[in-house]
Design a protein around this ligand. Structure first.
Ligand code: 0RA
Length: 644
């Protein structure tokens, strides 16, 4: 017998055991036993993954052209409801197995795509396991289908159907069909069921951008928030959104075309920025690591711009051609492809592998963009001129970098003078505190455990890397100290194997200035050491805001909420309150006790939930448009918020 004890005994009558049921139980049990294999993890990410899986099913229906409205509701008890106005999941009974299609979709692993009839097999969620895995990991699940004027329903507990699909009512014939999925995650499996509105809505926004004409309404009844996404312009709107706080050089270029059963779409807008912000999607999945569609896109861009520049003598004879890097400075673009048979190169679906995509994207984008350049002479010239300037700057950067490398070779990779290194040599056990200001740096040096904690004090505000090119950046002493201390190099030369500390910890004051410095540093890491962030090596220290004495007992409080709680608890007692304005006000022992001692401290790990949003955020924070920057920093100075 398969090991399905818990489920069997609790939920299933032991007679009438059909092969079908045993199969369901085996599948569900596998999911429940190793949830991480199916949804990635059982922390907040896994929890969100449940919602994505269910929403992605509804999105598939929209992509098939059969639905245009999706609502997601989290009610005050953390029950999630996802509704769409599509055809409704079929409920008819399969003649051979005797079970309804709904039950098969809800209980069989990987059953999603087969029924999709004609559309793109978009797959459900990052892990693409389908809604049955969500069902298995839910304390209960309720599927309701509106089809042909009738309402059908089936309910499940931990994935096990409680009865056959039943008609439970009717709905007015003039109303649309659709599907209503409600579920409550299994609290014995998930570490948290506290969904994050901001994280979910970011994803829904992205989905709405990628599915032109689709409306996604998101209601959070826990805190009475709601938001609706609808983008008439699809990915053109996406590009405009990303560039909201940048200075565009032209109106967005857009192309879309079907090619041999696939569908290719791209939107491009150059800005005065220096960074490249290109995001690629395959069947609505964010392909973080690019792949063939990205390669095709880049080739098209470089070739088209060079051809135009030569033909129109913007590049003269003897001038070197623009490199790929040159043509991507200040570029914001979305490339979105839909394929019948997507092949992903990694388990995480981060990279698209279909070889035909390179040529298809290259020719669609190449032809249309060439035509656009012909029709937009002023814009074309500006874009190419920007590329030429970029080429010059890149040459300067190369020389500066060579200088840095040569210098460090001469000085035998000498570490920066102000780094107080630790004795530990294994990166795995070592950590680096990056501390604002020499005085706090001094306290940290005295307070640390020198065995495994290194301290790098930075003087004042480091430079804003968002506003300068690599060459300028590499001339900056603070930045150079940072790079050499960490050991990995930057940008294209980043090499994780040379990482010297597995935890890089930013420690700055809990005030507006501290928040600004932290953001400057976060921007640097996000732009130039992205893998460091992606692999979870970057942290933010949490120094206390207050020291409070109640009678003789002293304690440290880390936020205003804690202070409020303490005041409530101590209505009559006197509180002696000291507010720390900066790290410098703490002596070395206090700094160690409150902020650096692994036994007491809280470190916040910096994550990049969504690179597109982070890109926009950093640009907003560090770019040229001042007002939004101010707003953001002030809100976040109060509650250190981490998902950047
Ligand atoms: C299979 C076939 C058909 C629709 C669906 C699945 C479907 C699935 C989901 C999941 C969430 N919402 C959904 N809406 C539809 C097409 C059946 C037909 O031809 O009518």
């Amino acid at each position: 017998m398969p090991k399905t004890k818990e489920l069997e005994l609790e939920n299933i009558p032991t007679e009438n055991y059909t092969a079908d049921k045993i199969q369901i139980l085996e599948g569900l049990e596998a999911v429940r036993r190793r949830p991480g294999m199916y949804i990635g993890s059982t922390d907040i990410r896994g929890l969100h993954q449940l919602v994505y899986e269910v929403v992605d099913n509804a999105i598939d229906e929209a992509l098939a052209g059969k639905a245009d409205y999706i609502t997601i509701t989290i009610d005050s008890d953390n029950v999630v409801t996802v509704t769409d106005n599509g055809r409704g999941i079929p409920v008819d009974v399969h003649p051979q197995t005797g079970t309804s299609a709904l039950q098969v979709i809800m209980t069989k692993l990987h059953a999603g795509g087969k029924f999709g009839g004609g559309g793109y097999k978009v797959a459900s969620g990052l892990h693409g396991v389908g809604v049955s895995a969500v069902n298995a990991l839910s304390e209960w699940f309720e599927s309701t289908v509106r089809r042909d004027g009738k309402l059908y329903r089936q309910t499940y507990k931990r994935g096990v159907p409680q009865a056959d699909v039943k008609q439970v009512g009717k709905y007015p014939a003039e109303e649309r069909s659709g599907t209503i999925q409600r579920f409550f995650p299994d609290k014995t499996i998930f570490k948290t069921i506290d969904y994050k509105f901001d994280v979910l809505s970011q994803r829904f926004r992205e989905m709405a951008f990628l599915t032109k004409g689709l409306t996604i309404k998101f209601v959070d009844e826990r805190e009475d928030r709601e938001t609706t996404f609808y983008f008439e312009g699809g990915i053109t709107s996406f590009v405009r959104y990303l560039n909201k706080n940048r200075k565009p050089l032209h109106a967005p270029f857009h192309v879309s075309a079907p090619v041999e059963g696939n569908y290719i779409e791209a939107a491009i807008q150059y800005t005065t920025d220096y960074n490249e912000s290109v995001f690629t999607f395959a069947n609505n999945i964010n392909t973080h690591d690019g792949g063939t569609h990205l390669t095709g896109f880049r080739t098209a861009l470089t070739r088209t711009l060079n051809d135009y520049a030569r033909r129109n003598k913007v590049l003269k004879e003897g001038d070197p051609s623009l490199t790929g890097d040159d043509t991507r400075e200040g570029l914001t673009a979305i490339v979105s492809v839909k394929l019948q048979e997507p092949q992903f190169e990694s388990q995480t679906k981060a990279k698209l592998g279909n070889a035909e995509m390179k040529t298809q994207v290259e020719s669609v984008v190449g032809e249309a963009f060439a035509e656009w350049l012909e029709e937009h002479a002023r814009e074309a010239k500006e874009i190419i001129q920007k590329g030429i300037t970029a080429a010059r700057a890149r040459e300067a950067a190369r020389q500066a970098r060579d200088l840095v490398i040569r210098k460090s070779a001469l000085e035998s990779l000498s570490l920066p003078g102000k780094l107080a290194d630790c004795s530990e040599r294994e990166a795995e056990n070592a950590e680096l505190y990056i501390v604002e200001g020499d005085s706090a740096g001094g306290s940290a040096k005295q307070g640390r455990d020198r065995k495994f904690q290194a301290i790098l004090p930075l003087r004042g505000k480091i430079m804003n890397v968002e506003k300068s090119r690599l060459d300028k950046m590499l001339q900056n002493e603070e930045i150079r100290a940072l790079i050499t201390a960490i050991g990995t190099g930057v940008g294209n030369n980043f090499d994780m194997t040379n990482l010297r500390y597995s935890r890089v910890i930013l420690m700055s004051d809990a005030d507006v200035d501290g928040a600004h410095i932290r953001t400057l540093l976060l921007t640097f890491f996000f732009r130039y050491m992205t893998p460091l962030v992606e692999h979870g090596h970057l942290y933010i220290a949490q120094p206390p805001l207050y020291k409070v004495k109640v009678g003789k007992e002293a304690q440290y409080l880390y936020d205003d909420h804690a202070l409020e709680e303490l005041r409530k608890k101590n209505k009559n007692g006197k509180l002696e309150l000291q507010r720390y304005k900066g790290l410098g006000e703490m002596n070395p022992e206090q700094l160690w006790e409150t902020t650096m001692n692994p036994e007491n401290r809280t470190l916040l790990q910096v994550t990049v939930e969504d690179a597109a949003e982070a890109d926009r955020t950093f640009d907003m924070l560090m770019g040229n448009e001042v007002p939004p920057r101010k707003r953001f920093i002030q809100t976040h100075a109060k509650n250190a918020k981490l998902d950047v």
